[in-house]
Design a protein around this ligand. Sequence first.
Ligand SMILES: [Zn+2]
Length: 132
Amino acid sequence: MYISKDNYIIQEIRKQTQGEFKPSKNMITRWFNILNEEIFNNIIHPFHDIEIKRKQGCHAEHIPFEDGYGTIYAMLSINKKFNDKNEFLYTLAHEMIHQWQWMQLGRTSHGNSFWKWKNKLAQFEIPLGESI
Ligand SMILES: [Zn+2]
């Protein structure tokens, strides 16, 4: 499928907004909703909670939980500071794939079910990598 260059996500990515980016919970939720609708067809369950903190050695983590009744959910733990906005958007897209894996497949990995999203993300000019 061809995505118009007028697409909101593509426009935002191409801006390559420079400078430190500090995401708020509102901003994360807003972009979660945009990416979910445009890229993932709204199949990604929202994170149960979002934690913003200073992370070391990574930009973000998907933290899965299962309660005593077998209900699964997850928390997004994300760095409070990014080098620029695109780094934040790439990170959020990556963690959203882990959320999809966890809620649909009950596990997360950088295996086939991760890489199957690579082409779809590339249509929106979002690169997918293992390290986040
Ligand atoms: Zn990952």
